[in-house]
Ligand binder design. Structure first.
Ligand code: AMP
Length: 215
């Protein structure tokens, strides 16, 4: 059986941090469409440049573009034992297309990370990522040992351009309108484990995810 972990939750709910921990513990590949798009931008590819306009505003690039980037990402050999989908699907259309790509050998587990709206904007605006390895931090809740420097690789920590307060608000609206309905889409298939993250540490959330992945 190939494990397919689908991480759902609003921006800032900790999907990236948890994906990092799941990858280490379960040996699954981490597929983040946001990271794949940022890599396309970094390389100056046409697809990346098209996506950038949407991402800078906090809106979504067209589904066809996302699916193309995703399918390319899933071809990586490290996906063979299974993978974690972080930040995808984000629309019902993407979820339906993805469903068609899974077979009987795929065990899908959907983790829904829940967080109250008031906490989300604080989480996003305080977020920092390593410019080299992508490791996630938060200036207040999960700071690096040395300010501005990644604990893992010594890379420089940066704020993503779409983590400003204004863009974060648009991203949250897009989540509510386009992405939240996906939870019901998977709930109907009885695949969802809900995790209430408010007041829990990263490790406490991870323990609950671990339970869902091993039971
Ligand atoms: P993330 O790193 O997951 O927060 O994604 C950053 C941005 O990339 C989002 O705000 C969207 O503009 C874009 N993006 C990433 N994944 C998707 C997706 N599955 N569907 C639509 N847009 C996406």
């Amino acid at each position: 059986m190939r494990k397919v972990v689908i991480l759902l939750g609003p921006p800032g709910s900790g999907k990236g941090s948890q994906a990092f921990m799941i990858r280490e513990a379960f040996g699954l590949a981490h597929i983040s469409t946001g990271d794949l798009l940022r890599e396309e931008i970094r390389q100056g590819n046409a697809l990346g440049l098209e996506a950038k306009g949407y991402m800078d505003k906090g809106t979504f690039p067209p589904d066809e573009l996302i699916i193309k980037v995703l399918m390319h990402g899933l071809e990586k050999p490290e996906c063979a034992p299974g993978f974690i989908l972080d930040g995808v699907p984000r629309t019902i259309n993407q979820a339906e297309i993805l469903d068609k790509n899974f077979g009987e050998n795929d065990k899908r587990i959907v983790i829904n990370l829940k967080l109250p709206t008031k906490v989300i904007i604080d989480r996003i605006t305080g977020r920092r990522v390593c410019s080299q390895c992508g490791a996630p931090y938060h200036v207040e809740f999960s700071p690096s040992k040395s300010k501005g420097v990644c604990d893992l690789c010594g890379g420089r920590l940066i704020q993503r351009p779409d983590d400003t307060e204004e863009v974060a608000k648009t991203r949250f609206e897009f989540f509510e309108n386009q992405t939240a309905p996906i939870i019901d889409f998977y709930r109907k298939q009885e695949l969802v484990t809900d995790i209430d993250c408010d007041g829990l540490s990263k490790d406490e959330v991870f323990k609950l995810i671990e339970l869902a992945l091993t039971s």
